[in-house]
Design a protein around this ligand. Structure first.
Ligand code: NDP
Length: 466
């Protein structure tokens, strides 16, 4: 890629996440020869754009980290040569005319509100795009299976599927590759990775962050749309997928798609969303020393939206490997701590020789996502009395990429590798899986429970670590 064009350059995503991500990528020397162009609806001066770049690039330009001398020099040059353009991208012909002035191939990043991105793509023509253009679409990708399909059709008019990058910044390189490395490079794990040996799989993203002034987005999304619909289903698919022949994007993304096509929330034949899903919202409480107000008292929240801040769904992957094994996906805000991991709980042994005492606990494998860790909980013979079973944890750190999540996303875009991008059919499947449950939440079939901020969630919600 020659030019990275950020549409929505004056927005929050660009300032907080995209610019720091792109800066670290360039400073590490992994994205040479890029020109950065910003565009937005506000008429910003060149000086205002330079100030935004200065702030966004500050961390990457500071000493330390994994920046290289060459990368830093490059980043300074990118900053100096970067320009900002005042465009209404929804007006017919405006974006096309602008793109004609930009050196291709171009990566066109839609850091815009979803409805604006959609309109901008509708008014774009294939002939407007420089050869080799890649389109980068932010989440949420549509708001239903039907709207995701319509957006896919619009995009397919413009460029081929492997040139469309639907961003899921949770699908970081370390998350994806660490799970695949563990599963597919260890004979000890993969032969037991199925319904015969595994009792359940939990994928948990609990955080102590609260709304953090994001009501405009979050109060319409809630934990279900923000986390489960995209991020957690994607991670589940990597946990559950069949071994791909190679790490090529086509092999990997086809395996991911096959899992999602087979997945339903709850029992596919007789869904009961009050049994297979739970939702709750935080009330006033304390996290550490921080007093947290009731969610509905936060600025911008409309109690009528009935938004959940904690959600849990039980997904079944209805195929030979995973029949009847629950995949429990859970994510929430304002909880007592950060817990980001997948936990695989094995079934009990078929027979424990008589004579052992103590508790025969299930073997458990924890894959931590940030920090990247691996922990195996197993039973061994206890100290003192060899007839008593005792519990130990075998732990190691897994490797992670020093790039920020958006740096990883952009590296894939700029190097032309869609491995970490969500494929179009998969984006539709994710909505297909969650839509009936979300409809049940909306019609009140699943009660909205509550929990005090700083707690572990509502009473009775337990997971493997509790
Ligand atoms: P903001 O509302 O902060 O920014 C939107 C940007 O779009 C602004 O730069 C705005 O320009 C520009 N814009 C709006 N209409 C037009 C138009 N007609 N022509 C050109 N530019 C226009 O949104 P966010 O940055 O928060 O979000 C952007 C996208 O990223 C969304 O899809 C969101 O879901 C996604 N996202 C955001 C995250 C975040 O943390 N913010 C996290 C993950 C995804 P102006 O200000 O001049 O009107």
């Amino acid at each position: 890629m020659k030019t990275l064009v950020i549409l929505g350059a004056s927005g929050d995503l660009t300032g907080r996440l995209l610019l720091p991500g792109v800066a670290r990528l360039i400073a590490s020397g992994r994205a040479p020869g890029i020109t950065l162009v910003g565009a937005g609806n506000d008429d910003w001066s060149a000086a205002k754009w330079q100030k935004r770049l200065k702030d966004g690039f500050a961390d990457a330009l500071a000493p330390g980290g994994d920046s290289t001398a060459g990368g830093i020099k490059e980043l300074r040059a990118v900053k100096k040569n970067s320009s900002y353009h005042h465009l209404d991208v929804t007006a017919a012909g405006v974006l096309g005319k602008f793109l004609a002035t930009v050196e291709g191939p171009v990566a066109l990043y839609f850091a815009l509100p979803p409805a604006v991105s959609q309109k901008a793509c509708e008014v774009l023509k294939k002939s407007d795009l420089p050869a080799g253009t890649r389109l980068v679409m932010e989440k949420p990708f549509g708001s239903s299976e039907e709207s995701a399909r319509a957006l896919n059709k619009t995009l397919a008019r413009l460029v081929a599927e492997d040139r469309i990058h639907r961003v899921d910044h949770f699908l970081g390189k370390s998350t994806v590759l660490n799970i695949m490395g563990l599963r597919f490079a260890n004979r000890l794990l993969e032969p037991l990775w199925n319904a015969e040996h595994i009792k359940k799989v939990e994928i948990i993203f609990d955080e102590d962050l609260t709304l953090e002034n994001r009501a405009r987005y979050y109060d319409h999304a809630g934990a279900g749309r923000d986390m489960i619909q995209s991020h957690l289903l994607q991670i589940m698919a990597i946990m559950a997928m069949e071994p791909p022949a190679t790490l090529n994007e086509n092999d990997v993304r086809s395996s991911i798609a096959a899992v999602l096509r087979a997945s339903t929330i709850g029992n596919a034949a007789a869904p009961d969303y009050a049994a297979s899903t739970r939702r709750a919202r935080y009330t006033a409480g304390t996290i550490g020393r921080r007093a947290v107000p009731d969610y509905v008292a936060e600025d911008g929240v409309d109690p009528a939206n009935n938004t959940e801040t904690l959600a849990e769904v039980e997904v079944f992957v209805n195929n030979w490997r995973w029949a009847k094994v629950p995949f429990i996906l859970r994510s929430g805000k304002a909880l007592r701590g950060n817990r980001k991991e997948a936990v695989v709980t094995y079934k009990p042994v078929p027979h424990l020789p008589g004579g052992f005492t103590g508790v025969d606990s299930p073997t458990r494998l924890h894959i931590g996502f940030g920090p990247e860790t691996l922990t195996l909980d197993i039973d061994v013979n206890g100290p003192g009395d060899l007839f008593t079973l005792d519990r130990v944890q075998l732990e190691t750190d897994l490797s992670s990429d020093p790039l920020l999540p958006y740096g990883e996303v952009l590296e894939g875009v700029l190097s032309g590798d869609p491995l970490l991008s969500v494929r179009g059919d998969t984006a539709e499947e994710c909505w297909r899986i969650v839509e009936p449950a979300f409809a049940a939440w909306k019609d009140g079939s699943v009660p909205l429970e509550s929990y005090p901020a700083g707690s572990a969630g509502p009473a009775g919600w337990t997971t493997s670590n509790d």
